[in-house]
Design a protein around this ligand. Sequence first.
Ligand code: FMN
Length: 247
Amino acid sequence: MSNVSGTSEFAGIGEVIRRRHSERVLFDPHRRPAESDLQAILEAARWAPTAHNMQNFEVIVVDDEATLEAIGHVRGGTSEEFVKENYAQLSFSEEELISKGVGLLATMFPPSWCRPDGWREEVEDVEHGFLDSTMRSCPVLMIVVYDPRKRAPASEGDFLGIMSLGCVMENMWLVAEALGVGMQIMSVFSAPHVETELRGILSIPDYLGVAFACRLGYPSVEPGPYLRVRREVGRFTHRNAYVAHAG
Ligand SMILES: Cc1cc2nc3c(=O)[nH]c(=O)nc-3n(C[C@H](O)[C@H](O)[C@H](O)COP(=O)(O)O)c2cc1C
């Protein structure tokens, strides 16, 4: 009997894991996630596994319109490093992406980000650099901060602590997905110049760093087709010994 219910529970979790996705379209400003859903997402963060049970995170929930607007005025910008390294992850056709099984379609990015020297154009495009372009209509933002001084014991570069923050992210994301709340991770919030401005707006003390931020809401338009690819299990699994796979 316990096997049967275990199996159906797994089917549910497996389905949520596969369905979880990045919601990159603009959100409907008139539809806020219910407070109970936000609490469920925070509860998921609470129960995330962390190295040594350090619980090395705090979550700043931003749903005040004026504060969201102030964050929208922060300059995001794109660095040369980002554009060059992003280029390496891009596929320029669906066929290429499907055959690689990793990375992203170039059409998801502004054309200037799809060339190794695109950052030059980006720097000249003053308008483009503000967070407002991705933050617009975002009803709720959650910013996960952590204390780098409290690193996991004997963990070089706090590798274990940083992995723990990834567990927090995934727990939150799976619960958001299960509740039908759209979520997008926004790495730009941990860029040094953005972090500096956020400190002022949100009174984040100097000793805390921004691990990641996510915007939450419901799409304002039907999201277009979005090709999500993954490698087949056999392409990353090695039984009993590591064997280099072709490609
Ligand atoms: C640590 C981390 C940082 C990410 N940063 C961003 C980001 O800045 N913007 C974004 O749109 N997606 C971001 N993502 C989402 C990934 O691009 C996305 O999960 C991946 O392309 C797979 O797509 P899927 O989430 O739809 O399955 C990030 C994901 C992780 C785990």
